[in-house]
Ligand binder design. Structure first.
Ligand SMILES: Cc1cc2nc3c(=O)[nH]c(=O)nc-3n(C[C@H](O)[C@H](O)[C@H](O)COP(=O)(O)O)c2cc1C
Length: 539
């Protein structure tokens, strides 16, 4: 009912409209009958406040909920736990805790991210983790940590930041959000992954580095039947703004599950960016049509790399059946084709919308998935020519440090940057009624997100997170985050025992999988021999 009304007139402006009406009424009463002066002053001030809310650029929430939006901040000050009833899904079910989000907000706003009085974490709890420091901390000149992505078959290696914006499509996010992310990436010299929704005009506006993601819908490079089209691919891939090509095999929040953007949400802009028709559901099938075997996948990688003029080309996936991943590695060995990078997405990853069973119970979590991929490549001596990216609840510098320790060379974050854009985790991304204009195609709601203001926050969040990472690296006496290994992180396993991550996580010796010998690791010992390069299924 409210949504239908909202389509006619923005219901969320009601508080302001009522204040203006009450101010007018009390003015008449005051002039006419000499009463109501106090109410006129009260409602006139609230109306002025509401009109100011509509004009200011700092808070998207107040721009979308003039007058009413202040309630959230007041409650935040008074009793944080009441706040969850006002526009913010800050319950135990929420994916990110209040302290995780407030750290991002503080860094994005350039406010102090320092905390007084010591840790609020329970250091006696199982699973509590820390990084050990050194008595000889290092001193580093810069926090602009980078890596070169591009293996032996790549002609245009990319000088990448160790922290980038993870894939989120235009369509899942608003045009203003895409602009703010890309402008922030441009200023900070880091990369912005397009997501499977392809490259839109809003990605091109600010010129920030792009990672172009090719999903099973082949948006931006498809023919009328939805199959991959080389010419359309080349047209986009050869653009200088495109730095890398990423084939999306799956994302952690809904692996093996395609996606549909309902016809009603396919705006002319989305249709243009994706190369699809208006008024028709925009479908991302669960599987690709350009390849059906591990060998074909690698030939597709080689083809896209060639068509893009030799740019780094790789794929993103959430680990599922281990034998399917093993089959891809065997195909690398048989074809001699290697991707330049692989992004491992944890099942704890986010999405614009997915069935609960998928978000909760399908796919391998980041730690186990990343470690398996790292170990397999070490086991076949391909680790040095393939860079590993990691995504899945990476928002703080310690999350980055832990991912490096497990095996990553760089990290991507999606929801971390959404928080930097002003997301309050209302979890209404799938309704189009996002209160902060981040995940909506509603023109009025998204105008609340002021690009110049939010791109600054995206830039700040990135900078401040890398600064915090620099402090961690220095404290551990290291020179670069990629030196952080499983020996540096410690985890409590029970109240009296702790272990190094290196003692808890499995490792495979270099080349060990090539000898055919058992590596004393159940998954490898059970499935490695059974995996075949010519099929994803077991032999
Ligand atoms: C709104 C939204 C849209 C997303 N769209 C895509 C997408 O198009 N392609 C993709 O590979 N992953 C997509 N993802 C997954 C993210 O890129 C990322 O891998 C995952 O959320 C883990 O990162 P996070 O925990 O930092 O959010 C999306 C995530 C969100 C929250």
């Amino acid at each position: 009912m409210l949504d239908r009304l909202d389509a006619i007139y923005p219901v969320r402006y009601t508080a302001l409209v009522l204040c203006v009406l009450a101010a007018l009424l009390s003015l008449f009463a005051w002039i006419g009958f000499g009463v109501g002066g106090f109410f006129f002053l009260l409602f006139a001030s609230l109306s002025a406040l509401g009109l100011w809310d509509l004009r200011q650029s700092k808070s998207a929430l107040r721009r979308n909920y003039p007058v009413l939006g202040h309630l959230r901040y007041m409650l935040e000050k008074i009793r944080p736990e009441i706040r969850q009833y006002f526009l913010e899904g800050d319950t135990d079910e929420a994916p990110f805790s209040r302290s995780q989000r407030s750290l991002v907000y503080a860094r994005a706003k350039g406010e102090t991210d320092k905390r007084p009085f010591g840790t609020q974490l329970d250091v006696t709890a199982n699973g509590f983790e820390w990084i050990n420091h050194s008595l000889l901390p290092s001193t580093l000149a810069s926090s602009d940590f980078r890596l070169t992505i591009g293996g032996p078959l790549c002609r245009q290696p990319y000088d990448a930041s160790v922290f980038n914006i993870s894939a989120m499509s235009f369509g899942a996010l608003s045009a203003h959000a895409i602009q703010a992310l890309n402008a922030g990436a441009r200023r900070g010299g880091f990369a912005h992954d397009t997501g499977e929704g392809s490259i839109s005009a809003w990605h091109r506006l600010h010129g920030g580095d792009l990672i172009w993601e090719i999903g099973s819908g082949y948006f931006g490079c498809r023919d009328a039947a939805g199959r991959f089209n080389e010419d359309k691919f080349k047209a986009n891939a050869l653009e200088p703004q495109v730095k890398m090509i990423e084939i999306k095999l799956s994302q952690g929040a809904k692996p093996g599950h395609g996606g549909v953007l309902p016809a009603a949400k396919v705006t002319p802009e989305i249709a243009a960016a994706r190369g699809v028709r208006m008024g028709v559901d925009c479908v991302s099938p669960a599987a690709h049509s350009a390849f059906a075997t591990p060998m074909e996948l690698l030939h597709f990688v080689a083809r896209l790399r060639e068509l893009s003029g030799g740019k780094p080309t790789g794929f993103k996936f959430c680990v599922g059946h281990p034998w399917e991943w093993f089959a891809i590695v065997k195909a690398m060995l048989e074809t001699g084709i290697t991707p330049d990078f692989i992004v491992v997405d944890g099942s704890e990853g986010g999405t614009g919308a997915a069935p609960l069973e998928f978000t909760d119970h399908v796919g391998v979590p980041l730690q186990e998935g990343l470690r398996l991929v790292h170990n397999t490549l070490v086991g076949v001596n391909l680790r040095d020519c393939i860079k590993l990216g990691a995504a899945g609840k990476v928002v703080s510098a310690f999350d980055l440090a832990r991912a490096f320790a497990v095996g990553a060379d760089w990290c991507n974050s999606a929801r971390g940057f959404m928080f930097a854009l002003g997301c309050i985790q209302a979890q209404t991304c799938h309704t189009g009624a996002c209160p902060t204009g981040v995940a909506t195609q509603d023109p009025l709601r998204q105008q609340a997100l002021v690009v110049s203001d939010k791109s600054e926050r995206v830039f700040n969040y990135h900078q401040q997170t890398l600064k915090a990472l620099q402090e961690l690296v220095q404290a551990s006496g290291l020179q670069h985050p990629c030196e952080i290994s499983a020996r540096h992180i410690v985890r409590r396993v029970n109240e009296n025992e702790v272990r190094l991550l290196a003692q808890l996580l499995p490792s495979v010796a270099p080349g060990a999988l090539l000898s055919g010998a058992q590596v004393q690791h159940p998954v490898f010992d059970t499935y490695w021999a059974l995996a075949r390069a010519d099929r994803f299924g077991l032999a």
